[in-house]
Design a protein around this ligand. Structure first.
Ligand code: C2O
Ligand code: CU
Ligand code: CU
Length: 467
């Protein structure tokens, strides 16, 4: 295990993306996860030096945790930071006590302290773990990693699996993290902390080896604090096979592009149709043009196959709709932020005007409440369907995430969503209304928040109780 990890990190140092092998069963017993200061070369090595980061086990992203659905995960968090921290298992329909939500399901783990996480991961898919304390700073410094839950029955649709974790960092010209700008109200009230430097698996512009004729399951992650990423995969036939871990009926990626909001994931089957020796990009598509985030570089071996079939769906694709009979129907109105219409909101139990909210750093609200967490947004009996109408009444997009449950997208701006995907995080564009539904079947206290972490910190957070 150690030898393998060393091999992997030397491969990343050389700019090669590491490739996951076949299913690795979880090591029995407790695995240690230690967040602590570390050094990482985030900027291109010929342009700037390394950065001081905070990392799990010295790696950014943190070590991949891989298991098979239904297996038990035991992780001892040992806090080597000078700040309290926790680990949240994003997207896992987890036992509430293991959710890592500081202030709601557990106390923060103090420096030098530890916490034992012990849970079963019920669903196969691409998930991730990250700190859930001061996320706006701790994630921006590197505290996240992939959590891959494999299908017990396997999947014949791909020859192999490649994990690609994308993050954008705000670096100074020396390649170090811009620490000065943490917590600035300018970021918090606008789009959030956007970076200026993209990494894929912790390095800038890596090469991803491909063999002509193979089908590769790309597991794409957006772990940025706030950047919505549109990714382009030109030159390949690409099938979307899962979103936020949930299998979808395979569909061709329109324009060979897909958008991932912060915290979202997509599994894409890439059919490597180019000739041996070819080189094709993974692009970040922005209004200002296309940037090469990484490159697919084909080896010299002869093609594995010369034609591709349509991929078989992942097991569980085409999950049925939620029966809304007897549903608890609620509106979740997002308000606040720069250039918004919000005049006032409740913070610390009192109605306050915008000027005061800015001074308190509470500039966003759900239903007129700017981050007060003493009461839940709602309580719901276990097993009851919930129908949430999310109204984005702000000038900014938001990536709304619900803990402990998966939800189905019903409508966008009143019209049925063409795909009706299941997700754990949904992007609501400015002015957009998104209807979602889920069964509140997981007892406990669950956060609901914007995954633009500065928005979360500045009031766009609430919770609900199932019980
Ligand atoms: Cu990715 Cu509240 O979490
Ligand atoms: Cu989560
Ligand atoms: Cu937001």
């Amino acid at each position: 295990m150690i030898a393998r990890r060393q091999l992997l990190s030397s491969a990343t140092a050389a700019g090669l993306v590491t490739l996951a092998g076949p299913a690795l069963a979880a090591t029995p017993g407790i695995r240690r996860l230690r967040p602590a200061p570390a050094i990482a070369q985030l900027a291109p090595a010929d342009m700037a030096g390394p950065a001081d980061v905070w990392a799990y086990d010295g790696q950014v992203p943190g070590p991949e945790i891989r298991l098979i659905a239904g297996e038990r995960v035991q992780v001892r968090l040992e806090n080597g930071l000078e700040q309290p921290t926790s680990v949240h298992w994003h997207g896992i329909r987890i036992d509430n006590a293991m959710d890592g939500a500081v202030g709601l399901t557990q106390d923060a783990v103090q420096p030098g302290g530890s916490f034992d996480y012990d849970f079963v991961a019920p669903d196969a898919g691409s998930y991730w773990y990250h700190t859930h304390n001061r996320g706006w700073e701790q994630l921006a410094r590197g505290l996240y990693g992939p959590l891959i839950v494999e299908e017990p029955e396997g999947w014949a649709g791909a020859d192999r699996d490649v994990v690609l974790v994308l993050d954008d960092w705000r670096l100074g010209p020396d390649g170090r993290i811009d620490e000065e700008s943490f917590g600035t109200m300018m970021d918090w009230s606008h789009a959030g902390r956007l970076g200026n430097s993209l990494t894929v698996n912790g390095v800038s512009g890596p090469e991803i080896p491909l063999r002509s004729g193979e089908g590769v399951r790309l597991r794409l992650f957006n772990t940025a604090n706030a950047r919505v990423m549109t990714l382009g995969l030109p030159g390949h036939t690409c099938w979307l096979v899962a979103l936020d871990g949930h299998p979808v009926v395979p569909r061709l990626l329109a324009d060979n592009a897909l958008t991932l909001a912060p915290a979202q994931r997509a599994d894409v089957l890439l059919q490597a149709e180019a000739e041996p020796g070819a080189r094709l990009p993974l692009q970040l598509i922005t209004p200002g043009g296309e940037f090469e985030a990484a490159s697919f570089s084909y080896g010299p071996q002869p093609a594995l196959r010369t034609s591709f079939a349509e991929p078989a769906p992942l097991p569980g694709a085409g999950r049925p709709a939620v029966d809304l009979q007897g549903a608890l129907a609620l509106d979740l109105v997002m308000g606040g932020g720069a250039m918004g219409a919000m005049q006032q909101a409740i913070a610390d139990g009192q109605q306050r005007g915008m000027r005061e909210l800015v001074a308190m750093g509470r500039v966003w609200a759900f239903n007129g409440i700017a981050g007060d967490l003493d009461e839940p947004l709602f309580r719901v009996e276990r097993g009851r369907p919930v129908h949430l109408r999310m109204v984005n009444d702000t000038a900014w997009p938001h990536a709304i995430h619900i803990h402990g449950h998966h939800f189905k997208i019903l409508n966008r701006n009143g019209a049925p969503d063409p795909h009706g995907d299941w997700r754990d995080t949904v992007l609501a564009e400015r002015g957009e209304t998104v209807d979602i539904a889920y069964i509140a079947d997981n007892p406990g206290k669950w956060l609901l928040h914007c995954h633009m972490l500065e928005h979360q910190a500045a009031g766009m957070v609430t919770w609900f109780e199932v019980g």
